[in-house]
Design a protein around this ligand. Structure first.
Ligand SMILES: Nc1ncnc2c1ncn2[C@@H]1O[C@H](COP(=O)(O)OP(=O)(O)O)[C@@H](O)[C@H]1O
Ligand SMILES: [Mg+2]
Length: 264
């Protein structure tokens, strides 16, 4: 559904700080894929997401989107336009929601899905719909529509961010270590909700994780990045048979120390 062709980006070109953060990235994301993405710090994972989401413009290559049978070059599309079909969740639970706004108003904004001009009026029918959706989180948030979101815990805010991102059924959901800042219990809760929503809705998903076990256990495909390149792309049966030893061997090959792996 999304294809990256020969994508590259160089930061601070022609200066002493020149940094080829990505080069020669070729990636075809198929509809329904759940891809786990691993790689040491600075490998280029977040930069890849920034390019997919339109936050950054690549200095080389093109991005194509296939929707309803037709293929479009979206390389020049700004981020707000892509937000209509790409959902994104960051590590920081404060980034996905507006703390000084009520829960219900946050949900109205996310219902607009990048469609700023769209008028959605908050009425009791919509509130009822929000309550039904919030019940899925099992956190009692359905009774707190009028509370400002900054009263919620990090786990609750991240679960809410997840719900708001999936509500609009994006063509692609980008998760960037979205459970890494949470305590273990909340991290597990948000992970389980992620699996439930993506499975139920059949969402195409890319999930960056530092948790090797998650990278192995979840999804149908795994990619490993190193120094701005995709050095491993494993699918289907091969992915099912992949073990922790295999992954560690791969990392050893590229001489990343166990410390840098941050094994959890
Ligand atoms: N806006 C930027 N300006 C300059 N360098 C950047 C910028 N964003 C990322 N980088 C550099 O690009 C490389 C990849 O970073 P990043 O994509 O954040 O890695 P990861 O998410 O895999 O840890 C790093 O060397 C980082 O310092
Ligand atoms: Mg990152």
């Amino acid at each position: 559904m999304l294809e990256l062709k020969d994508i590259g980006i160089t930061f601070n070109a022609h200066t002493p700080d020149e940094n080829k953060a990505l080069s020669g990235i070729n990636l075809k994301i198929n509809r329904g894929d759940f891809i786990t993405v691993i790689g040491s710090n600075g490998a280029g994972k977040s930069t890849l997401y920034n390019i997919i989401a339109g936050t950054l413009k690549p200095t080389a290559g093109k991005i194509f989107l296939e929707q309803n049978g037709s293929v479009r070059d979206i390389t020049g599309d700004p981020e707000y336009k892509r937000a209509r079909y790409i959902g994104r969740i960051f590590q920081n639970p404060l980034l996905g929601t507006a703390g000084k706004m009520k829960l219900e108003d946050n949900m109205v904004i996310s219902s607009k899905k990048g469609n700023k001009g769209l008028k959605i009026s908050l009425n009791n029918r919509l509130r009822e719909q929000f309550r039904e959706q919030l019940k899925e989180l099992n956190m009692g948030l359905e009774n707190r529509l009028n509370d400002n979101v900054d009263q919620f815990s990090g786990g609750q805010r991240q679960a809410l961010t997840l719900l708001m991102a999936v509500m609009s059924k994006p063509d692609l959901l980008l998760l960037d270590e979205h459970t890494a800042a949470l305590d273990p219990a909340n991290a597990d809760l948000v992970m389980q909700l992620t699996l439930k929503f993506t499975r139920e809705m059949g969402l195409t998903t890319m999930m960056v994780t530092h948790n090797m076990q998650h990278a192995l256990d979840y999804g149908n495909r795994l990619i490993m990045m190193h120094k701005g390149q995709i050095i491993l792309d494993i699918n289907g049966e091969q992915k099912k048979n992949l073990t922790m030893e295999d992954l560690i061997a791969q990392f050893k090959k590229i001489q990343v120390s166990n410390d840098a792996l941050m094994l959890q």
